[in-house]
Ligand binder design. Structure first.
Ligand SMILES: [Zn+2]
Length: 164
């Protein structure tokens, strides 16, 4: 749902610190919404985490606040138009209930190596050939897969919320 909404560009960096929680397929995630106009890198991710006020973070499992501590990191690879990067994602542990949660950014689409903005570009592109020549790290199977996922899981949700 929210993951397919383009980032808002007007609010200042983490000003709203709006946190949305989603738990698709049993994986607990905390998604941070923020503004970033730079190319996405590990540094981008780390700076956002550094500015995060952990005392205000609520555990998606037990709903307690101020109980999440840094626990571990795991690597995740992203393919962008002209680069492939691996970002080490922070996992936090809830001292109250013992669950762990990955701290994700609104740029991410769960279980995908392709960032949200690129997925939106794919979905709105009318010319696959031109798109692929501009984005050499993607191929036709990516386009087909993203369109299929959109039609299977997101289109109806967006329509029902009148967002599309
Ligand atoms: Zn908890």
């Amino acid at each position: 749902m929210l993951l397919l909404i383009k980032k808002e560009r007007k609010s200042s960096f983490l000003q709203r610190q709006s946190l949305e929680y989603c738990n698709p397929q049993h994986t607990h995630m905390i998604t941070l919404f923020y503004e970033n106009d730079n190319i996405f890198t590990q540094d981008t991710y780390d700076k956002i985490i550094d500015q995060l006020d952990f005392l205000t973070l609520e555990c998606p499992s037990c709903k307690h606040s101020g109980c999440l501590i840094k626990h571990a990191k795991y690597p995740r690879t992203f393919r962008m138009a002209n680069s492939i990067i691996t970002v080490h994602i922070l996992r936090v542990l809830c001292k109250e209930c013992g669950h762990t949660h990955a701290i994700l950014l609104c740029d991410f689409v769960p279980y995908s190596q392709i960032l949200l903005d690129d997925q939106v570009d794919i979905l709105t592109s009318n010319n696959d050939e031109e798109f692929l020549s501009d984005n050499p790290n993607f191929d036709l199977s990516d386009i087909r897969y993203i369109r299929k996922q959109y039609n299977l899981y997101w289109k109806q949700r967006l329509l029902s919320r009148s967002i599309s």
